[in-house]
Design a protein around this ligand. Structure first.
Ligand code: GDP
Length: 445
């Protein structure tokens, strides 16, 4: 897939981070260096890489990470946010004219996927109740009008084109006429396909600019092939200077390209990516969501949602106190109970665990995990005296029997809880000394 390699590289970077507790400045620098290399190898434009890594570094060294319960996850979240930012931030929808028809002009190099896009976009719009008209203003390529005709038929939409055999017409005039025609025939959207060349070319640019002037489109979409790598920057800049555009469409995201164009173009041009094309079929097309694309690149499942939930539910200061208790062996069954109650506040534990990446193998364990066990655990701890909760070592046989009776459980269950508590305390003690942070109170799940 387009971002396969980049995803793997970033995942490796984060994996190294995850084994660490607090992050030193050199940890951050090392991570930023790896991210930088991964992005450059994915053909992301140097200026974009610099800006991106600059932001990540600054934030990773800042307070939000330093004070975080889990600095590594915080870094992942920062990378995610910065990725969303370079992809344009908020989703930008197609804008429609207040008074129809809405005029959409397509521009881009030959082979970028403009004609295919015209079909995809018109089908997508038709599904939404619009009545699009496809306009063949590409009169340079002999086959272009025919190709647009085929696409229009597949999409089930109307086409406006000069009669074949009429020689080379004037694309500006064709575009102008098509708008009048749309008014008469009540097409509420007009999609104008323009000519492209294999390379950026002054004549083509001048023609596109003239068409733009003549029809004053509501949207000019610059169509760019995600596979063109480093050339993306120059091509995008040339089109911005020559015609300018209101939005970008990325095509061929299904390919094996390294994806740098996709990651550079919004940032380089300051224009939003509105659609993504992901195949040759007319349905291989979607509205572009910067946040979804970032998640896809980071390939971390819903880990960020999980982090957010954890952050909302755990008071960080309290978490630090708990860590302190673990480190000094003063963590009690009362604390254990409190942790567990917080966990219950996080909603279904299973659902939460399911959001973690790589949970495939743990599925069985998850299925065996019984949330009612938390309720039983609560009952057991509540049947203990204060002194017993603070010093679980004092729990001899007769006390355990009393507690089992008081909580409506069995001695085996009481034993199991005490064992789990001791295991958790031991594990958390390691963590508090710099091992990998875990969600406290989770026990041996
Ligand atoms: P135009 O010259 O800009 O009009 O480009 P075309 O629409 O003719 O597309 C050029 C080639 O790319 C055609 O073979 C299309 O089938 C193919 N193509 C267009 N979009 C995509 C896409 O998203 N994925 C893939 N794999 N191929 C595409």
């Amino acid at each position: 897939a387009t971002f396969g390699n980049l995803s793997d590289r970033l995942a490796d970077t984060f994996k190294n981070l995850r084994t660490k507790g607090k992050l030193s400045a050199s940890d951050v620098d090392g991570t930023v260096r790896e991210i930088r290399r991964a992005l450059l190898d994915a053909d992301v434009a140097l200026d974009v890489v610099k800006e991106f890594t600059g932001h990540v570094r600054e934030r990773a060294l800042g307070d939000e990470v330093n004070k975080a319960l889990n600095p590594a996850q915080q870094v992942v979240q920062i990378v995610n946010e910065e990725l969303i930012a370079i992809l344009g931030g908020q989703q930008r929808r197609l804008e429609f004219a207040k008074k129809p028809p809405t005029i959409i002009m397509l521009a881009g190099l030959q082979g970028a996927g403009k004609t295919t896009l015209a079909g995809k976009l018109s089908k997508w719009l038709a599904k939404d109740g619009h009545t699009p008209l496809l306009v063949a203003a590409d009169l340079q390529r002999p086959n272009a009008v025919t190709q647009l005709g085929v696409v229009a038929e597949q999409a089930g939409v109307a086409i406006f084109a000069p009669e074949p055999g009429n020689g080379v017409g004037d694309p500006v005039q064709v575009a102008r006429d098509s708008i009048k025609y749309a008014g008469v025939k009540q097409h509420d959207v007009v999609i104008v396909d323009t000519a492209g060349r294999l390379g950026v070319d002054a004549e083509m640019m001048a023609q596109a600019a003239k068409i733009r002037q003549a029809i004053n489109p509501d949207e000019v979409l610059f169509v760019i092939d995600a596979m063109i790598g480093q050339d993306a920057v120059n091509t995008a800049k040339a089109f911005q200077e020559g015609v300018d555009f209101t939005g970008v469409v990325l095509t061929k995201l299904d390919g094996d390209a390294r994806g740098g164009a996709a990651l550079s173009v919004a940032s380089i041009t300051g224009r939003p990516i509105i659609f993504a094309s992901t195949g040759e079929g007319l349905d291989d097309f979607e509205a572009f969501h910067p946040d979804r694309m970032a998640s896809r690149i980071l390939d971390l499942g819903d880990i960020l949602t999980l982090i957010e939930q954890a952050q909302q539910n755990f008071d960080e200061e309290e978490a630090r106190q708990v860590a302190e208790k673990f480190a000094t062996d003063t963590f009690t069954l009362d604390d254990f109970l409190k942790q567990m109650q917080q966990l219950r506040n996080m909603g279904s534990l299973k659902k939460m665990m399911g959001m973690l990446p790589g949970m495939g193998q743990m599925k069985e364990q998850l299925d065996n995990f019984d949330e009612r066990e938390i309720v039983r655990t609560e009952a057991i701890i509540q049947s203990m005296t204060r002194a017993e909760r603070v010093t679980p070592k004092s729990l001899n046989g007769s006390r355990r029997l009393r507690i089992a009776k008081g909580s409506g459980t069995t001695v085996t269950e009481v034993n199991s809880l005490v064992n789990r508590f001791e295991q958790a305390a031991k594990m958390m003690k390691t963590v508090a000394k710099g091992g990998m942070p875990q969600i406290p109170g989770m026990g041996p799940v």
